[in-house]
Design a protein around this ligand. Structure first.
Ligand code: GLY
Ligand code: MN
Ligand code: MN
Length: 532
């Protein structure tokens, strides 16, 4: 009997060990997430609480949901990756139910039946053990939890999402939000007032004052808060230009919970910690390898979709869970569509192929674009445009260090592309450059592909993209020889105090390196599948 018990215990232990052994071991640690909450708390105003909801689930097909994607803010601050949850961070220590706490998380309850259908849940115990929270409740308990948001001076939140599914249980995200609205200090009227104030502060001038006043009158119908607000009343009284500027300054300094939340989460997330960079570098490295393998494998006979599949296969081979955004694989004319997502051209042919693809690894997203000739050789015109985009990218890299104003990156790339296009005769006036370069040069990168950032001066340990491009669709007002050339080169760059690092350097960039890799053989071309 003893032996039987021992072997049972052993088998349970081994099961646990083996089950764990097959899971990735390089997730961010619970200490990381706790550290982020502590930093967030330090920046919160006195007597405040931050409320961070999970992202909604989305319908893919009738009773099937899309693969769930966590809210990056909630993931960053807690590590919790499931739906129907809410995290509360308090500035000051709180007390309820005989417990002392400065953070609370309400999570999905364990449910044996549901878990056999849609997967394992952490539940209360898992959230305590794996994520290191000491006070955890189920979402069912949020409704009756003794918290009065009206007792806080500021309730920090990203805002309440409106496009959510409601399973009418009262315990899903819709239920949590309903309860929050009931308990919340901020009414819809107050939020409308604040949004209006910020709009007025940013957009009003002496020329459009009358128009703005008319707009206020329309918005103010049935909103006592707006009608009674002293700043709004001062604006309605038609101030002179000096008075107007003073009112605008006062309005801009009025921060609400959404402003505080945005400022704090941006200040944190835009600077990457060493622990994040370990995971983030993997996302980018995987993507660079995928680009290299796709370059090697691409042939004129392939479809865009097949190339898309090569990227995804390599991502998964290295353990990336997802792509950070819908993949863009566009040949010829399709390469001129900035966020082309159909990827359904069945024959790439001897065209230029633009691939903008990035893996998401443990939440962090790469964002890399390579543009390659499917047959391994650029035409003279393709090469001229490619080299110009490359030159712009090189010039912007040099600005990638602490202190550079974010706006200077786009200014520099625009200047180089405009002068180059003038020289090639593609444009006749400097301003025409926007026709062929209609997007910005850079954005922040991280848990979101278009990550949050303050757009001010670059700082050490920010990660940004550098992605100049030129797109000349057929019918453009230039010589036909340029038509259907779309080139973007996009790399992911870590900002240093006095230098930069191209994290995506493993994917060939220079035109001759690109040609060389594209002509290399790939084992993927040897796969022989039956014909349909
Ligand atoms: N892949 C989207 C972008 O480059 O911004
Ligand atoms: Mn990008
Ligand atoms: Mn991109």
């Amino acid at each position: 009997m003893k032996k039987a018990i021992l072997s049972f215990v052993l088998s349970v232990l081994l099961n646990v060990v083996f089950a764990q052994a097959n899971l990735p071991a390089d997730y961010l640690s619970k200490e990381f997430h706790k550290g982020r909450r502590d930093e967030f708390r330090k920046l919160m105003p006195t007597n405040s609480v931050a409320v961070i909801f999970a992202y909604p689930e989305r319908t893919f097909s009738r009773d099937i949901s899309y693969q769930y994607h966590p809210n990056p803010d909630l993931y960053y601050l807690s590590g919790y990756k499931e739906s129907n949850a809410v995290l509360l961070i308090f500035k000051e220590s709180q007390q309820a139910n005989n417990l002392q706490y400065n953070e609370l998380i309400f999570v999905r309850d364990r449910d044996k039946l549901a878990e056999t259908w849609t997967g394992r849940r952490l539940g209360i115990e898992g959230t305590k053990e794996k994520l290191g929270f000491s006070v955890v409740y189920t979402t069912k308990e949020f409704n009756n939890f003794p918290i009065n948001f009206k007792n806080f001076t500021t309730v920090l939140s990203a805002g309440i999402p409106t496009d959510i599914k409601n399973d009418n249980s009262g315990y899903d995200l819709a239920g949590l939000l309903k309860t929050f609205r009931e308990k919340a200090a901020v009414s819809d009227e107050e939020r409308t007032l604040h949004n209006l104030q910020q709009r007025l502060a940013t957009n009003t001038n002496m020329q459009n004052l009358e128009q703005m006043i008319a707009g206020i009158k329309r918005t103010a119908v049935n909103n006592e808060k707006i009608l009674n607000d002293s700043y709004i009343q001062q604006l309605m009284a038609k101030p002179d230009s000096v008075q107007l500027e003073a009112i605008k300054l006062k309005l801009l300094s009025q921060k609400d919970g959404m402003d505080f939340y945005r400022e704090i989460i941006t200040a944190l997330r835009q600077i990457k910690t060493a622990e994040e960079m370990v995971v983030f570098r993997k996302a980018i490295k995987i993507s660079a390898i995928a680009h290299t393998e796709a370059m090697k494998a691409v042939t004129a006979d392939m479809s865009e979709n097949e190339v898309d599949g090569i990227h995804r296969y390599i991502h998964k081979k290295y353990g990336a869970e997802d792509e950070g955004y819908p993949t863009i694989v566009g040949a010829g004319a399709n390469g001129c569509i900035l966020h082309y997502g159909e990827n359904n051209n069945t024959k790439i042919d001897n065209q230029l192929l633009l691939m903008d693809v990035g893996a998401e690894y443990h939440g962090y997203s790469a964002d890399i674009t390579r543009t390659v000739p499917a047959n391994g050789k650029f035409t003279a015109e393709q090469k001229a445009i490619y080299e110009l985009v490359y030159e712009a990218q090189e010039a912007v890299f040099k600005l990638c260090k602490e202190g550079t104003p974010f706006g200077n990156l786009n200014k520099k790339s625009t200047e180089i592309l405009a002068n180059g296009l003038l020289k090639l005769g593609v444009i006749k006036e400097y301003g025409e450059v926007r026709t062929y370069y209609p997007h910005g040069c850079s954005h922040y990168l991280g848990l979101d592909v278009h990550d949050i950032g303050d757009n001010l001066g670059l700082k050490e340990n920010m990660v940004i993209t550098v992605e100049p491009g030129i797109y000349i669709p057929a019918g453009s007002n230039c010589d036909k020889k340029w038509w259907n050339i779309g080139v973007r080169i996009e790399d992911d760059v870590l900002i240093g105090r006095d230098n930069f690092e191209i994290l995506s350097i493993d994917a060939a960039r220079k035109w001759d390196d690109v040609e060389k890799v594209t002509r290399e053989k790939s084992r993927l071309n040897d796969i022989n599948l039956p014909k349909l």
